[in-house]
Design a protein. Structure first.
Lengths: 668, 79
């Protein structure tokens, strides 16, 4: 079995960049605390017999956030061959705090000092060798983004994995050290590499460590008395004492090897930028301006232009293919399946790819340069009041484009409860694919009222807020109130390579989904629309689609759209929201939705009243998102229970609200 | 008792004690807000919350509600 080199470090210290350099894979990097949520493993390039494990960025190994739990459990259970602790050298004090914890676990360790260029730029000076000597391990200067120092780092790490290290953990105050010794006399822990770590954890009353102790109750009482005595003498609780002790130890080490030049460039520049971007008066206008620019470029102008272009391209492709196949004598059924069904369905989704690329590129820039933390800082006050956090804003914004990347984006929300709530509510924001339907209905039923279309955005936002307000009081989301203690990284100019990787990583998921789920779903839909249950090709009203529609229709009667056509259109949105509109196209007997707009409007006018039409729009807005989004929810929640719960909540809410709108609206 | 959210923007203070418990306390001390640490309040978000503070040569944002759990020394404003 391969030996494992585990990469550990603070969020935002260049860990993922180092992982990419070591393994050559495309992991993504962000200037945003907490980008790696899962752990990732890759083969070490150019060296046989070693794997590299990328663990989530953490500030500490305490057992509270999911990232910390993953990292801690990994270290406790998997015994890596060596630990590479990567540090942001321009921010050593806080970075070495984590190091002080890893040191106690006693694994062979190497320090990788990243961002040394910033140290020099700030006029500071670090004696790397002295730092390594004081901690009992090698310290290597690297520049992860340029691959500098990597070879030396690997040589040292591989050498260390043979066990040639004598670590020197931080020494606490006399009182604490004496107490640790007494704890050892009581617990008699085995002489293993992590003994000191376990003693400290027992002293901190770590529940996980205490539950592993097999000592008689009388000794447990004695243990507690020991800890309490120490706390009394030192005047603080044991957890705070250890944290303060670690930081004091780190300060002492740095005073001997780090010399400040007193011209802190990075912080000074960042501070000047923040004076504008998070200014009390200018902060919000700037923020809205940036968001507007992003929306204007990616969604409404360049985005819409490319989307239209892509759609025209797919239409031309379908026509050309259809003509070629007709000439070649291919059966009409197959031509229909390929050209109308598959190219139509997949094409309508792929048309959004350029737009999504642009959106993600923009977001990657904001993320890599450090502005995303400021967004959370600016928006926290608003979002907190309805049970979300400042970080929920970005997923909601991306949700106006597509829920799939929006839900993926929610993984940057640290708190589990906030993340789940954000994932559940993001689909309420009308995505791009729902807009054609709203446009059609607004034109058909409310030609005089131009506010009907935009009212869907308002409706979505109100539902997010109302749901947040209600759900935050339910048992599921109650728990301990989430805290908001977040690092504000210094701004830096993003690297093109990292931004590209970041963009691609996200867009890839979207394209894969279009190629798999939508591909299959489009084919199935086409068959349902064109065949009877006896698999004979028939008109739509005799097809399986009609059978399904008739079966479901009664459910929608109280909502005002209980015919088989409308019922089917309502559930067809589950495949992809565009399908709802194209269903009306098929019912109108027009395959080209653009030329057939007036026919489609007539179809809608005969099937709906304004009240039932508005109810239908709201139902489509709120009910379960498309299958691609559902698959993403499942992946991000990592639980069927939560996924189904979210779907039931969304669809149930959609049903109730649509019911109220129709019942009230039709009596007005 | 003076807490971190009583410190005016631009003011400095030394941490005396962290009153929070559980995950919040752990988070606060892990981020370096330990007894004796010098903290400067840099700014307040436009909507009045959260705060941005500087400590240990880096910036941190923290909600006022969380800062209320951090007791600071009364007379350390002149350093």
């Amino acid at each position: 079995m391969n030996k494992i080199l585990a990469l550990i470090g603070n969020p935002n210290c260049g860990k993922t960049t180092l992982f990419n350099t070591l393994t050559g894979s495309n992991q993504y990097v962000g200037n945003w605390p907490g980008v790696t949520v899962e752990r990732k493993i890759g083969k070490l390039m150019n060296y046989e017999g070693f794997d590299v494990m990328d663990l989530p960025g953490v500030y500490s190994l305490s057992p509270y956030t999911p990232e910390e739990v993953i990292t801690r459990d990994y270290l406790l259970e998997n015994h890596p061959g060596a630990v590479i602790n990567i540090l942001d050298a321009s921010n050593l004090e806080r970075n070495l705090y984590l190091t002080s914890q890893i040191l106690e676990q006693g694994y062979p360790m190497v320090l990788a000092l990243n961002m040394m260029d910033l140290v020099h730029k700030n006029g500071d000076d670090l004696d790397t060798e002295a730092l390594g000597d004081m901690l009992g391990c090698h310290a290597i200067e690297i520049t992860a983004s340029k691959g500098i120092g990597i070879e030396k780092l690997l040589d040292v790490a591989i050498h260390a994995s043979d066990g040639h290290v004598r670590l020197k953990p931080i020494i606490y105050s006399k009182m604490i050290e004496t107490t640790l010794k007494r704890i050892d006399e009581i617990c008699m822990l085995p002489e293993e590499h992590d003994k000191r770590w376990r003693l400290v954890k027992i002293f901190e009353r770590d529940p996980h460590e205490l539950s592993k102790l097999t000592i008689v109750p009388a000794l447990k009482e004695k243990l507690e008395a020991l800890i309490q005595y120490c706390e009394q003498v030192e005047g603080d609780d044991s957890e705070s004492l250890i944290a303060a002790g670690r930081y004091a130890g780190v300060e002492k080490i740095l005073s001997q090897c780090y010399h400040r030049g007193n011209k802190d460039q990075t912080m000074a520049v960042s501070d000047r930028i923040d004076k504008v971007l998070t200014n009390r008066v200018l902060g919000l206008p700037f923020f809205l301006g940036i968001m507007w620019l992003m929306y204007y470029v990616c969604v409404s102008t360049v985005g819409a232009f490319t989307t239209d272009g892509m759609q025209a391209m797919f239409k031309a492709l379908a026509e050309a293919l259809s003509a070629a196949m007709t000439a070649a004598g291919v059966s009409e059924v197959l031509i229909g399946l390929i050209c109308d069904g598959i190219i139509g369905g997949v094409g309508s989704v792929l048309s959004f790819v350029p737009q999504i690329f642009m959106l993600f590129f923009f977001l990657s820039f904001l993320e890599d340069c450090g502005y995303m933390s400021r967004v959370a800082f600016l928006m926290d006050r608003i979002f907190r009041s309805f049970g979300l956090s400042g970080r929920s804003f970005i997923p909601m914004l991306i949700g106006t484009g597509c829920s799939v990347p929006a839900i993926m984006c929610a993984r940057t929300i640290e708190n589990d409860r906030d993340r789940k709530l954000t994932i559940m509510l993001t689909p309420f924001i009308p995505c791009n694919a729902k807009l054609p339907l709203f446009a059609l209905f607004a034109a058909a039923l409310f030609p005089e009222n131009s506010w009907i279309g935009p009212s869907m955005y308002l409706f979505g936002i109100v539902m997010v807020i109302a749901s947040g307000l209600v759900l935050k009081h339910t048992r599921l989301f109650k728990g301990e109130a989430a805290n908001f203690v977040m690092e504000m990284p210094s701004y830096h100019w993003p690297k093109a390579k990292s931004m590209w990787q970041h963009t691609w990583e996200r867009a890839k998921g979207f394209i894969i989904k279009a190629g798999t789920i939508i591909f299959a779903a489009s084919a199935v839909m086409w068959v349902l629309q064109n065949f009877s249950s006896g698999l004979v090709m028939v008109k739509p009203e005799e097809s399986m689609m009609a059978d399904i529609g008739r079966f479901i229709a009664p459910v929608f009667i109280p909502l005002g759209f209980g015919t088989w056509q409308t019922a089917f259109a309502a559930i067809a949105g589950f495949i992809a929201k565009e399908v709802t509109v194209s269903t009306f196209g098929i019912l109108a007997g027009v395959s080209d939705t653009e030329a057939g707009a007036s026919e489609m409007i007539k179809v809608v006018q005969t099937m709906f009243t304004p009240a039932s039409g508005y109810a239908f729009m709201v139902f489509i807005l709120l009910a379960s998102p498309c299958i691609a989004a559902v698959a993403t929810i499942k992946r991000e929640m990592d639980s069927w229970k939560w996924t189904l719960g979210a779907l039931c909540y969304q669809t149930g809410l959609a049903y109730v609200i649509a019911l109220v709108i129709y019942q009230v609206g039709s009596r007005l | 008792m003076k807490t971190l959210n009583d410190v005016p923007v631009g003011g400095k203070a030394r941490i005396a004690k962290v009153l929070a418990v559980g995950a919040l306390k752990r988070r606060i001390v892990d981020m370096g807000l330990t007894k004796g640490t010098l903290v400067e309040v840099r700014r307040v978000a436009p909507l009045g919350d959260p705060l941005e503070i500087t400590l240990r040569n880096y910036n941190l944002s923290i909600r006022k509600a969380d800062a209320k759990n951090i007791v600071v020394e009364e007379d350390a404003g002149h350093e």
